[in-house]
Design a protein. Structure first.
Length: 107
């Protein structure tokens, strides 16, 4: 079960980047196995990402301020929606809730 804050990160990510779903590695493996595929490699690239750079901090404050000014409208504007999604991605990566992974499957 997700905490309220975790769900907000996921909702912001989905709205900002127009993503319908996020898939856990467990769900991806299960779906692949159901299709007759076998997991041959799973690499977590999250540690190679730069999180919290100065520009990311500036975007965080900008998204926060825009949320105060137009809470429902930020995600509707493509120029700002991608900032909302990117900020949510940063928050999700920082908390460990989102990971950047490569899974390789074979028939």
């Amino acid at each position: 079960m997700l905490f309220h804050l975790d769900q907000k990160v996921i909702d912001d990510f989905r709205r900002g980047w127009r993503v319908r779903t996020l898939v856990s590695i467990e769900d991806a493996v299960s779906a692949a196995q159901s299709a007759g595929l076998e997991l041959v490699d799973d690499v977590d690239f999250t540690s190679f990402l730069e999180i919290g750079r100065p520009r990311d901090v500036m975007i965080r404050y900008f998204v926060w301020a825009m949320g105060l000014v137009a809470p429902a409208g930020v995600a509707r504007l493509p120029r700002y929606a991608n900032l909302l999604g990117g900020d949510a991605l940063q928050r999700g990566l920082r908390s460990g809730m989102i990971q950047h992974r490569l899974a390789v499957f074979r028939a």
